[in-house]
Write a new protein. Structure first.
Length: 220
C-alpha cells in the first residue's frame, strides 16, 4: 500500500509531513490501517524491531488530535526512552501539535501539562498524575503504549496493568499497544478489546546459523 492511498483518511497536515519521507507503507502499517487504525479501533501491534510500529502510534495520535481534539498520551517504560521520543515528536510534529514531556517527581501533579496536546511519559508518572487528579486526563482520546509486553515484567508490569485498567474506566480513548515480543498476543488483545496485528517483516533479514571451526553454517 502506498501512502497516497490513505490520503482521504489522513489529515492533510499530517499527510504533508509524512510524504516527505514515506512513499510506501511497511507491511505492519498497512495491516494496521486495514484493521481500523484510522477508524479509531484499538490495536495490539506485534512486529519485529524497526518494522515501523512507532509510526502506527504517531498516525493514531495525530489523526485523533487533529480531527477530534482532545489529548494523547504516549507511554514508555524508561525516562531515557521518553526523552528520545519527545525529541523525535518535536522534530517532526512541533508545527502541528503542542508536545509535552512528563518524567519528573512522582509526587508532582505537573499542572502545566494541560496546555499540551500530547504528553509523553512513563507508566509510573502517568499513574501518579491520575492519583493527583490531573484534570486534563479526562480529555485523553488516544493512548499509545510502547513496549506493552512489559505487562509481564515483575517490577513494571503491575503498575502498567493497573494504569491501563484505570484509564479504560475513566476515559473513552483509542488504545494502541506496540511490542516486538508478546508471548500471549491473543489474550492480551482480548483484554485490551483490540484488533490483533501480527507481522514478521523486518528491514534487515534475520539469519540463524551455527559457528564452528571458523565458519558459519546458516539454516535454509
Amino acid at each position: 500500500m502506498f501512502l497516497k492511498d490513505t490520503r482521504k483518511e489522513i489529515p492533510e497536515q499530517l499527510f504533508s509531513i509524512l510524504k516527505k519521507d514515506i512513499s510506501k507503507l511497511r507491511p505492519s502499517q498497512e495491516k494496521a490501517i486495514k484493521h481500523g487504525l484510522l477508524k479509531g479501533n484499538n490495536l495490539l501491534v506485534c512486529t519485529p524491531t524497526a518494522s515501523g510500529k512507532t509510526l502506527i502510534g504517531e498516525i493514531a495520535i495525530l489523526k485523533q488530535i487533529i480531527d477530534k481534539g482532545g489529548k494523547g498520551v504516549y507511554i514508555v517504560p524508561l525516562k531515557a526512552l521518553a526523552t528520545e521520543k519527545y525529541k523525535d515528536f518535536k522534530e517532526r510534529y512541533n508545527k502541528l501539535i503542542k508536545i509535552g514531556l512528563s518524567i519528573g517527581d512522582l509526587d508532582s501533579s505537573d499542572t502545566g501539562l494541560g496546555k499540551y496536546d500530547l504528553v509523553i511519559t512513563t507508566s509510573e508518572k502517568l499513574d501518579s498524575l491520575i492519583r493527583h487528579r490531573a484534570a486534563w486526563i479526562e480529555e485523553i482520546k488516544v493512548i499509545v503504549i510502547d513496549e506493552i509486553h512489559l505487562l509481564n515484567d515483575p517490577s513494571r508490569g503491575p503498575t502498567l496493568e493497573i494504569l491501563l485498567t484505570i484509564l479504560k474506566q475513566i476515559v473513552k480513548a483509542q488504545v494502541i499497544g506496540l511490542s516486538a515480543t508478546i508471548g500471549n498476543p491473543k489474550e492480551l488483545a482480548e483484554w485490551l478489546e483490540a484488533e490483533l496485528v501480527v507481522d514478521y517483516w523486518r528491514p534487515v533479514r534475520l539469519c540463524k546459523g551455527i559457528y564452528y571451526d571458523g565458519k558459519i553454517e546458516y539454516e535454509d
